[in-house]
Design a binder for this molecule. Structure first.
Ligand code: TYD
Length: 132
């Protein structure tokens, strides 16, 4: 499964804490785009797609959520509940994000510009492509 949880170094001092992402250090790719998911309505599932070209780093900078990752052969569930951890997802991983806590903010970093054509939003099509 092309995913891993990355523990981030926390720079803490008497003023508070700070975490940095840097290519080759704690982030495997060069970041071209970032976005964040917030005000998620209870009970909804977000994501539900795979990306042909994008790699992602997901960080619950506030609150928590679960991510079901699926490589077309098996599925695993990862919970993000601390800003100290990032979930790296490789290309062609199907992901469902759900169980967002109240006030959850999920920060997402990726190596690509937004391009709807690299999204696979149909699960059967994903299985076809990933098992090709
Ligand atoms: P969507 O892919 O459905 O979000 P998620 O997978 O997190 O549930 O995207 C929601 C909308 O936002 C959709 O209209 C596309 C748009 N969008 C952008 O314009 N740029 C982006 O970088 C992202 C991630 C989404």
């Amino acid at each position: 499964m092309d995913y891993k949880l990355i523990d981030m170094k926390v720079f803490g001092d008497e003023r508070g804490r700070l975490i940095s992402f840097e290519k080759g250090n704690n982030c495997p790719f060069e970041v071209k785009r970032s976005f964040y998911i917030f005000d998620t309505i209870p009970g909804v599932v977000r994501g539900s797609h795979a990306n042909r070209n994008s790699e992602f780093m997901l960080i619950a900078i506030s609150g928590s959520c679960k991510i079901k990752v699926d490589d077309g052969k098996k599925q695993e569930i990862v919970e993000l509940n601390t800003p100290h951890q990032g979930l790296y997802l490789g290309k062609m991983m199907w992901k469902d994000m759900y169980d967002f806590s109240y006030n959850a903010i999920l920060l997402v970093l990726t190596n690509t510009m937004y391009d709807e054509k690299e999204y696979i939003r149909d699960y059967d099509e994903f299985l076809k492509e990933v098992n090709r």
